[in-house]
Design a binder for this molecule. Sequence first.
Ligand code: FAD
Ligand code: NDP
Ligand code: EPU
Length: 330
Amino acid sequence: MKISQADGNVCTVSTTHKHKTVNSGESKIIYLEGTDCAIKSQASLSAYTSYRVGGAAEWYVAPRNLEALQASLEYAKEHELSVTTLGAGSNLLVSDRGIAGLVISTRHLRHSYFDPQTGQLTVAAGESIPSLAWEAAQLGWEGLEWAVGIPGTVGGAVVMNAGAHNSCIADMLVSAQLLLPDGTLTTLTPAEIGYSYRTSSLQGSDRIVTQATFQLQPGADPAQVLAATKQHKQHRLTTQPYNFPSCGSVFRNPKPYAAGWLIEQTGLKGYQIGGAQVAQLHANFIVNRGGAKASDIFCLIRHIQHQVQENWSILLEPEVKMLGEFQAAC
Ligand SMILES: Cc1cc2nc3c(=O)[nH]c(=O)nc-3n(C[C@H](O)[C@H](O)[C@H](O)COP(=O)(O)OP(=O)(O)OC[C@H]3O[C@@H](n4cnc5c(N)ncnc54)[C@H](O)[C@@H]3O)c2cc1C
Ligand SMILES: NC(=O)C1=CN([C@@H]2O[C@H](COP(=O)(O)OP(=O)(O)OC[C@H]3O[C@@H](n4cnc5c(N)ncnc54)[C@H](OP(=O)(O)O)[C@@H]3O)[C@@H](O)[C@H]2O)C=CC1
Ligand SMILES: C=C(O[C@H]1[C@H](O)[C@@H](CO)O[C@H](OP(=O)(O)OP(=O)(O)OC[C@H]2O[C@@H](n3ccc(=O)[nH]c3=O)[C@H](O)[C@@H]2O)[C@@H]1NC(C)=O)C(=O)O
């Protein structure tokens, strides 16, 4: 059995489950055989979400390749752990009580290939959307300029159908590769995934996005694509609050209205609960002004929903994904 080394810790080798357990103070690290995969217990998730709030994952792992991902899934099955998948955590509100079971982040799954013959970009789930947008621009490939301000991964963007400036992932997705709970892979087209505005059938499902292929348009002048990309980024920085932790838009727009407009008209700009505040620059952003708890953000979401419903008879639907348990009453 291949065993990774860990200095100064107590090690036990399990022969039945082919993994090594290291006790390190309060927490444990499980090394899966044949991978460089370390499953950690009680891993704080606040560092892994853009809101910078939330409790610990009972177990956490960020596999670096498909085999390690499959081994992690197998470990969860063997130990009857529920599985929660994260990307960059930029659209998540994790409960202060944390998340039970195994949290798998796909953010370390990395590879990308720009195929000049087809104009297709094939990328692993953990690649950063803004990095890809800049890379495509530098190559003179059009199609991702709109995505530059979205600080998530490919996996999260495919699941969320991330979008901006009248474009979205579904418009350019050729196919997505998914790991199924039984450990096998499948490839789906956008039609099979079923997309609409900020929605897909992958939300709330137990399938893990491992890779995606996008259709772009190569052959443009890199200077022009870079200029368009910079313009989108600049527009973001002037209309959205990038200076405090957030999850982007909290609510989907209840078309034909914009959630930000409804919230501003309700008089809620600047309204604060604990460290969570309705942003002054954009009312559909809740920002962590420092020291916010997940429960502050959750209660502010409920307050906004209540006030907007009272004033406009419209129930705002959260775009942000809430993970773990939240108190029903605030
Ligand atoms: C400052 C800021 C600006 C933003 N602007 C935009 C914007 O303009 N447009 C927009 O659409 N969004 C925006 N967002 C929200 C967010 O960046 C997007 O929703 C993004 O696509 C989420 O990607 P992620 O990797 O962070 O996913 P996460 O937040 O980690 O996860 C989102 C959902 O996807 C699931 N998931 C993640 N990875 C996988 C995977 N590999 N397989 C299966 N399920 C997975 C999670 O379980 C969760 O349900 C913004 C966020 C911030 C902080
Ligand atoms: N409010 C919030 O909660 C959060 C806000 N953000 C914001 O979201 C935005 C996206 O963040 P992030 O995911 O870090 O992506 P960035 O766009 O900042 O950077 C992503 C990659 O693109 C490269 N890059 C950046 N600018 C250029 C350029 N002009 N030309 C070529 N390459 C470039 C960077 O390279 P290099 O490393 O060399 O700069 C980096 O590798 C940022 O404005 C960030 O501040 C991010 C997370 C949370
Ligand atoms: C940030 C996200 O996506 C963003 C995306 O970046 C931008 C740019 O394309 O367009 C959407 O924002 P948005 O609809 O709020 O766009 P904006 O142009 O800022 O605002 C729409 C309208 O609302 C008004 N508005 C906005 C904010 C505010 O505080 N007050 C207000 O009146 C604006 O004046 C405008 O008339 C996406 N949000 C949703 C929920 O669809 C995200 O999903 O996380």
